[in-house]
Design a protein around this ligand. Structure first.
Ligand SMILES: Cc1ncc(COP(=O)(O)O)c(C=O)c1O
Length: 424
């Protein structure tokens, strides 16, 4: 062996880069997808229905309607709830822009109420303060997987004639206890519609994908209609006679018309494919294992970071928060709050130092009301949601995903500890 080869053997290979989030796929998932590719259906076939049924069962919802992504799920939910021009939709600023954009898509006014400093979710107190007469819907986001105070939000909204849409893009599998009883996201009574996302950084993935959960038969039917161009295919719902196209009275048409469908509203093509749903079925079976692993990593991070000065860990699952007596979150993000200024860091430099150690991190979220579009279109400015704005200065999401090894978790812990102590 040459001297060069000997030296090369002793050089540690660079550690793999750890992103802040990523999917976990295995051979079962790959097989599920390739089986569909070899079948007769690529889209809108049996796998869509199978995924919808599995989702509804896992969440305890009466209906699940799968769509092309989580943004489409929010758009469809608002359309199904009849939200449109002249209506106002209140949501949290601490979310991805999609949670607010849905209101803009339907011609309503997106508006923002501040967050609770403990849970980082929509604060019921701020919600009540920001309420206006034209509010017709609340979009409540379970940030990072921790549940919103939905009983309080629903009490407020329903007393004022508004619907509750729970954006659970982060929270598939989350449970919480209220009044001594455990409830599942998607299965509890305080949301009229619940939306999910299956983007690869989420707890389970279909590549791109989303779904709407509801207990309400009519809302579910409307979601299906808006998912596919506003078209209905149920004979009892037809407005015209299939042969003459003249208006008809209600009841099932007397002539059979297998070709016939009606577009009764302006919908979209937000359909999802069988290929994606086969992956969804396979991934959903692993949700409990994914959640367990994510919780283990969160516990490890909390133990390591809680004693550090100028650092605040996420809300603990066993802490009470409003009506939520206890939670079993399906953690999507691990967000540390760091007083960068007190520590002598800028966040950008801190992220760069992590990156130099092969560690990804991310900022969740830039307050949505301060995005240029929202400032320019609706006149929102800083000061509207001071808790979210202050939180934004300090937040940093660290790598969290089910396939992280113990060694990878230890790398993150060591790097963060080292960097936080470096400037003290
Ligand atoms: C809270 C929240 N809502 C909605 C969405 C939109 O989901 P999708 O990317 O599947 O359209 C996301 C995506 O990151 C999200 O984080």
């Amino acid at each position: 062996m040459s001297k060069q080869e000997k030296t090369a053997r002793h050089v540690k290979p660079p550690a793999a880069f750890l992103p802040y989030g990523r999917q976990q796929l295995d051979a079962d998932d790959v097989r599920a997808v390739t089986d569909v590719l070899a079948s007769d259906w690529l889209t809108c076939g049996p796998k869509v229905e199978e995924f919808e049924q599995a989702l509804a069962k896992a969440c305890g919802a009466r209906h699940a309607v799968a769509v092309s992504n989580g943004t489409a799920a929010l758009h469809v939910a608002l359309l199904a709830a009849g939200i449109g021009p002249g209506d106002r939709v209140l949501t949290t600023p601490n979310t991805f822009v999609a949670s607010a954009n849905g209101a803009a898509y339907v011609g309503a006014t997106p508006d923002f109420a501040d967050i609770d400093p403990l849970t980082l979710n929509l604060s019921p107190v701020a919600l009540e303060r920001r309420w206006r007469k034209d509010v017709r819907a609340v979009v409540a986001v379970d940030f990072a997987g921790y549940p919103c105070d939905l009983p309080a939000i629903a009490e407020l909204a329903r007393a004022r004639g508004a619907v509750v849409i729970e954006d659970a893009a982060h929270a598939l599998g989350t449970r919480f206890r209220v009044g001594g009883r455990w409830h599942k996201v998607g299965g509890h009574p305080w949301a009229d519609l619940t939306t999910l996302s299956f983007h690869p950084v989420k707890t389970i993935t279909t590549g791109e994908g989303g779904a709407i959960l509801t207990h309400d038969d009519k809302l579910a039917a409307r979601c299906r209609q808006f998912r596919s161009h506003g078209i209905v295919r149920e004979a009892a719902a037809f407005e015209l006679d299939p042969d003459t196209l003249a208006p008809r009275s209600s009841g099932v048409p007397t002539t059979m018309a297998p070709w016939y469908y009606e577009m009764q509203a302006l919908g979209f093509n937000y359909r999802i494919t069988d290929i994606q749903c086969a992956l969804g079925v396979s991934q959903l079976a692993k949700l409990p294992a994914f959640m367990r692993r994510r919780q283990e990593i969160v516990n490890r991070y909390n133990r390591a970071f809680a004693p550090l000065p100028y650092v605040r860990c996420p809300v603990q699952a066993q802490q009470a928060a409003g009506s939520i007596e206890r939670a079993r979150p399906s953690w999507h993000l691990y967000v540390l709050r760091i007083d960068f200024a007190a520590l002598g860091w800028t966040r950008a430099d801190f992220m760069q130092a992590l990156r130099a150690r092969g560690l990804g991190s991310q900022v969740h979220y830039i307050p949505v009301h301060l995005q240029p579009f929202y400032r320019a279109t609706y006149g929102y400015a800083s000061g509207l949601c001071p808790v979210a704005e202050k939180y934004y200065q300090q937040c940093l999401s660290l790598p969290l995903y089910a396939s992280m090894s113990d060694a990878a978790v230890a790398r993150v812990v060591a790097a963060v500890q080292q960097l936080l102590k470096a400037n003290q």
